[in-house]
Design a protein around this ligand. Structure first.
Ligand code: THU
Length: 162
């Protein structure tokens, strides 16, 4: 028996003012995209924005449903939009924000497990890592060089091949 360790580093910026001009603008867009959410049940509005290798910008927001499990997260609406509007074009960076209309929105939240799986597969299918920026409506921004760092030991298409 032996033990293994998985660890990774990420960057913490105190505010979006510390980001590059492009990253700041795109995180601002993600914050604005929270207004596109349809979240009458949770009141938790998530906005996602991505910039692709071709410079195009794609958005997503969570879309809930009276039949609760039918709802879909902002990240996965974004991935569907990107895949259909710009097939095969890798995502360079992904920016996620949220507006908790019944609470605070000043701490970064990271994608749910299902979205981590979906983002990881997008990296795999486009052969490119996605840089991930997460924040709330204000406050700190966490930056991960590769989104799939958030899903270590994940199940991937490689496993299906045996
Ligand atoms: N949500 C997202 O859109 N992305 C996440 O990564 C976490 C959760 C949405 C789903 C649901 O509409 C609401 O936030 C509350 O869970």
């Amino acid at each position: 028996m032996y033990k293994q360790t998985i660890q990774f580093e990420y960057e913490v910026f105190d505010t979006i003012e510390e980001l590059s001009t492009e990253d700041k603008m795109l995180m601002e867009e993600a914050r604005k995209a929270t207004a596109l959410a349809y979240a009458p049940y949770s009141k938790f509005k998530v906005g996602a924005v991505a910039i692709l290798n071709n410079g195009e910008i794609v958005k997503g927001s969570n879309q809930e449903n009276a039949s609760y499990p039918v709802g879909i997260c902002a990240e996965r609406t974004l991935l569907g939009n990107a895949a259909i509007l710009f097939p095969e074009v890798p995502i360079k960076s992904l920016y996620i924000s949220y507006h908790n209309t019944v609470g605070k929105s000043n701490e970064p939240i990271s994608p749910c497990g299902m979205c981590r799986q979906a983002i990881s597969e997008y990296e795999h299918r486009t052969h490119q890592k996605i840089k991930l920026f997460i924040s709330g409506m204000e406050g700190k921004v966490f930056v991960f060089e590769q989104a799939s760092l958030l899903l270590p030991l994940s199940f991937s298409p490689i496993n299906l091949l045996g």
